[in-house]
Design a protein around this ligand. Structure first.
Ligand code: ZN
Ligand code: ZN
Length: 161
């Protein structure tokens, strides 16, 4: 487990982070927080450096195993800086490769566009229970449901004889 100064640092990182409208939480780079070559924020804990998202995954996922070279922590939001555990998913290298083989270029979890061609990133990306959804399509279907409900209410009030 982590000790008190480390916990204090983690709380401080969370407080100083940018909370984006798509749910991503991006830590800012300041004293003790670095960024590696692949844009992953890093912190030094227990005498070694941790990518921050892996640290948060280690606290969140029971199955997290830092010694398993096959296990990877994937970003559902495609944002390497993000530390929101809702946007993280544990996977294996094998799973990743199989996914890619099955579905062509990219694994499903990293689709870049929805089925209607809207881009799945930034503020149009909604992450819910580990699924990546399109905000435009979600609002469109909510609107359809609403107008169906409205029609139904109308018929109830004015029944056709
Ligand atoms: Zn994110
Ligand atoms: Zn869409």
């Amino acid at each position: 487990m982590i000790n008190t100064p480390e916990l204090d640092k983690i709380i401080e990182i969370c407080e100083k982070s940018n909370y984006l409208s798509n749910g991503c939480i991006e830590p800012i780079i300041y004293k003790g927080v670095y960024r590696d070559n692949n844009n992953y924020p890093l912190i030094t804990f227990k005498g070694r450096s941790w990518r921050l998202h892996r640290f948060f995954a280690s606290q969140h996922f029971e199955e997290f195993d830092d010694n398993d070279p096959n296990q990877i922590v994937m970003h559902l939001c495609d944002n390497p800086a993000c530390i929101n555990v809702e946007h993280l998913k544990l996977g294996t290298q094998l799973e990743n490769i199989q996914d890619r083989d099955n579905k062509g270029r990219h694994p499903n979890s990293l689709k870049t566009h929805c089925i209607r061609g809207h881009i799945l990133s930034g503020t149009n990306l909604i992450i819910n229970n580990g699924n990546r959804n399109c905000k435009i399509c979600k609002y469109a279907s909510a609107k359809r449901r609403y107008s169906t409900a409205k029609r139904r209410r109308y018929y109830e009030r004015y029944p056709r004889w």
